[in-house]
Design a binder for this molecule. Structure first.
Ligand code: FFO
Ligand code: ATP
Length: 212
């Protein structure tokens, strides 16, 4: 199991995790707990601030197709962002677990008529319609959920490897550009990466944009 050490000087970075060395699963448990404790009014305020920050990025000016996710488990709420993208005429896409390929995601167009159903993790995902399927390379920006991140753009997810697989080859053609979207309390001083982990060139929180 990978260990992520937290240097003393940064020990109380936004996550507030005390100084120490933590396994990926320990970080997941702690940060998911913190995320869930965020009161509803702060969740709402944070989602609006992060939405504004993301939309202010220069790279968003030219995008036509953006993938997001349906928030759960205290994740930064994507709803205001989805509505703002729709208002700009930008197409949005949501992941669903692939019906045949274990560990893979399929991205489907998310529109006003989309029916959302719960998957086996209890996460809402679009009902499968072949006409809605979008190839990964057709997406300009992929807003990814995450459990923890660090200042270098390293990401720790839920542990399924779904986004690492989805984004494994994005640099070959330069799209979709991965963009982490998270609460500030999900920042930890250091995440020890594994060879398959995808680095995030952008992370947007309610108060900052990390671009590396
Ligand atoms: N909102 C959202 N959608 C997403 C993700 C995400 O992180 N957030 N994913 C990011 O990859 C994918 C789903 N990945 C997941 C990977 C592992 C677990 C998991 O272990 N969940 C349970 C325990 C298992 C169970 O109930 O059977 C848990 O909550 O502890 C959940 C989702 C696709 N959709
Ligand atoms: N590109 C890949 N090809 C094959 N297996 C992969 C790939 N990326 C990750 N995996 C496998 O997925 C498993 C989970 O990886 P990891 O713990 O990094 O997931 P995560 O990034 O936390 O999850 P997620 O992306 O779903 O939020 C690992 O055992 C890893 O071997």
């Amino acid at each position: 199991m990978a260990k992520s050490s937290l240097p003393a000087d940064a020990a109380s970075a936004n996550s507030g995790l005390p100084h120490g060395t933590y396994s990926a699963n320990e970080i997941r448990k702690t940060i998911r707990g913190k995320r869930r404790e965020i009161p509803l009014h702060l969740q709402r305020e944070s989602s609006l601030k992060a939405c504004d920050l993301l939309l202010s990025l220069a790279i968003i000016e030219k995008v036509k197709h953006v993938a997001l996710y349906v928030s759960q488990d205290g994740e930064l709420d994507t709803k205001p962002l989805i509505e703002a993208l729709w208002a700009k005429g930008i197409h949005t896409y949501l992941p669903r677990l692939h019906p045949f390929c274990l560990g893979q995601l399929l991205f489907l167009h998310y529109h006003v008529d989309t029916i959302l159903v719960s998957n086996r993790f209890g996460i809402l995902e679009p009902k499968l319609h072949v006409r809605d399927v979008m190839p990964i390379k057709g997406i300009d920006v992929m807003v990814t959920p995450l459990v923890a991140f660090d200042v270098k753009g390293q990401r720790l997810g839920m542990g399924g490897g779904y986004y690492d697989r989805t984004l494994a080859h994005w640099r070959d053609i330069g799209r979709p550009i991965p963009m982490g979207y998270a609460h500030d309390c999900q920042q930890v001083p250091h995440i020890e990466i594994q060879p398959w982990d995808i680095h995030l060139p952008y992370i947007v929180t309610p108060t900052q944009v990390i671009a590396v």
